[in-house]
Design a protein around this ligand. Structure first.
Ligand SMILES: *Cc1c(COP(=O)(O)O)cnc(C)c1O
Length: 223
């Protein structure tokens, strides 16, 4: 009956202090979000700009909206005024556009950089080498309306837990490396977003600070 509330309560109990839950509500109706909101959840993640905008306009204003999908540069302007965190920055061009739209909206936009660790071709994101190149160029100091708060990663989509853990371990290594080099003077660089419904238990072993859980809370998505 109170499925959403029960799932949330179980997940909250499992999360150690300092790990935040982003409830991924994509493809679920606003009523599902209202149910989670009533149970106390305030952070929600969406993957599509249109859908996010229509939900944001009717749901409570103290919801913290995160964007977790592939973001097209021409759509940044729609979410720049209110988005709390963009998890999925996967190109330099996108990072520059977020800075531009942050300037227009008069706010600094928190971002995570998407790190590609999965052994799949299709996933978006930068490799560790690409990130060294990007930040070695000093771009993080050129963009005053962007605050880079860390990394987001998705593990290989597999049942092989060892492989998933290898991906998460690599993501943590890259996170520590960036934190001790290009971001050593940036206390804001502290987030590692990883772990979804089927693998967040494994992500917890590898120092995730934010889990992004959809199906486990809201049920299967109807596309
Ligand atoms: C959909 C999605 C999730 C949630 O996945 P579930 O398996 O439903 O928990 C997490 N992160 C990203 C980037 C997603 O696109």
């Amino acid at each position: 009956m109170d499925r959403v509330k029960d799932e949330l309560n179980q997940i909250w109990k499992e999360l150690p202090e300092g790990v935040r839950l982003v409830a991924i509500s994509k493809y679920h109706p606003k009523e599902a979000i209202e149910e989670a909101y009533a149970a106390g959840q305030r952070v929600f993640g969406e993957n599509h700009v249109q859908e996010l905008m229509s939900k944001e306009s009717v749901l409570p204003k103290d919801i913290e909206w995160h964007f977790t999908g592939h973001l097209q540069t021409n759509k940044v302007k729609y979410i720049a005024p209110f988005i709390s965190l963009i998890h999925s920055v996967d190109s330099e061009k996108l990072l520059r556009e977020i800075n531009k739209q942050g300037a227009k909206a008069g706010r600094i936009i928190p971002c995570l950089i998407e790190l590609h660790v999965a052994k799949e071709e299709s996933k978006f994101g930068f490799t560790a080498d690409e990130l060294d190149q990007l930040f070695g160029s000093g771009i993080q100091d050129e963009l005053p309306y962007v605050e880079i708060q860390g990394l987001m990663a998705m593990a290989t989509n597999t049942d092989d837990e060892q492989r998933i853990e290898e991906d998460f371990a690599l993501a943590y290594d890259v996170f520590l490396h960036l934190k001790s080099t290009w971001f050593k003077d940036s206390p804001a660089f502290k987030e590692l977003s990883m772990g979804m419904s089927h693998d967040y238990h494994l992500a917890l072993r590898h120092h995730t600070t934010m889990v992004r859980i959809g199906t486990r809370i809201f049920g299967e998505r109807v596309y």
